[in-house]
Design a protein around this ligand. Structure first.
Ligand code: NAD
Length: 282
């Protein structure tokens, strides 16, 4: 899945899934624009360069169309063209995010939609002319399982992610004649700042631990999934685990690579199975 010769813009790349994606794409030969509102992205770009890859940091606030366009221009002026985009910047809207819609103030839910959904639209809109100039390319976004199943206590976040899925489907058709594929990844819980800064991770951990304890009490002798009953010891805990950001990064890498030439307009679920385990997830 070599990405040699590719130039990739990754938003929200200063930490978590975005930083992991920047590293994974660079390790595969892509030259990467590490774009983020947080200056910490500079350290991510430096780390990639120290590891023998090519990357620059470009500060961008995805709430600002002019800043996103400037990041695209930086890609073209630094590396000659742009053919790959990962629209990943996002927020759950701050701590204690699980709350009823009527308790979510206007400022908070509009910020969630502005960064997650409108930010993705701005990023794609700014990038498409550049991808056309490059003769085609591939774009991916970080949506969420929340955008497919909806999550109680996170209506605005769920709407922002469901919106990304709809945008991806619309664009896949719109851009097919430009030889541009558009997909998104839908992770479950991922161990990042976003999850750590909310009340979601403790809930996930408590659920997983309680399930593991219940399973162990029910069938203490059976620890192997193949030997045990269906959904046996720890099965739900395994599906409900918080993923490593690199696991999501590798899904993005696949989606923007030529290996995914048949995958277009798709919301690719990467949640360790939590959505089929029917557990409450982000
Ligand atoms: P994170 O907080 O580590 O990373 C989010 C990044 O986005 C940060 O570097 C932040 O500075 C940047 N960002 C926020 N607002 C921005 C703005 N206005 N302009 C530019 N950059 C901005 O969290 P993460 O989990 O890596 O989140 C990445 C994406 O993954 C988000 O879209 C998030 O909704 C999505 N996601 C996360 C999880 C999870 O459990 N962590 C699950 C599903 C989807």
């Amino acid at each position: 899945m070599s990405l040699r010769g590719r130039v990739a813009l990754v938003t929200g790349a200063a930490s978590g899934i975005g930083a992991a994606t920047a590293r994974v794409l660079a390790a595969d030969g892509a030259r990467v624009i590490v774009a983020d509102i947080d200056q910490q992205g500079e350290a991510v770009a430096k780390e990639i360069v120290a590891a023998g890859g090519e990357a620059i940091f470009h500060r961008v606030d995805v709430r600002r169309a002019d800043e996103v366009r400037a990041a695209v221009a930086a890609a073209e002026s630094t590396y000659g063209h742009l053919d790959t985009v990962i629209a990943n910047a996002g927020t759950v809207g701050g701590p204690a995010v699980a709350r009823r819609l009527e308790d979510l103030d206007e400022e908070r839910w509009t910020a969630i939609l502005d960064i997650n959904l409108a930010g993705t639209i701005r990023t794609f809109a700014a990038a498409v002319p550049a991808l056309r100039r490059a003769g085609g390319g591939a774009m991916s976004a970080t949506a969420s399982i929340a955008g497919l199943t909806g999550v109680a206590g996170q209506a605005a976040y769920s709407a922002s992610k469901g919106g990304i899925v709809a945008v991806v489907r619309a664009l896949a058709f719109e851009l097919v004649t430009d030889r541009i594929r558009v997909n998104c990844a839908c992770p479950g819980g991922v161990a990042t700042n976003l999850l750590a800064n909310t009340d979601v991770l403790p809930v996930l951990m408590a659920q997983a631990e309680a399930q593991a304890r219940a399973d162990a009490a029910e069938a203490p002798a059976s620890v192997s999934a193949s030997a045990g009953p269906v959904g046996g010891p720890g099965a739900q805990a395994l599906m409900n685990r918080a993923a490593d950001p690199a696991e999501v990064a590798r899904v993005h890498r696949f989606l923007v690579s030529d290996e995914a030439s048949l995958v277009n307009g798709q919301a690719v679920v990467c949640d360790a199975g939590s959505s089929v385990a029917n557990l409450w997830m982000v």
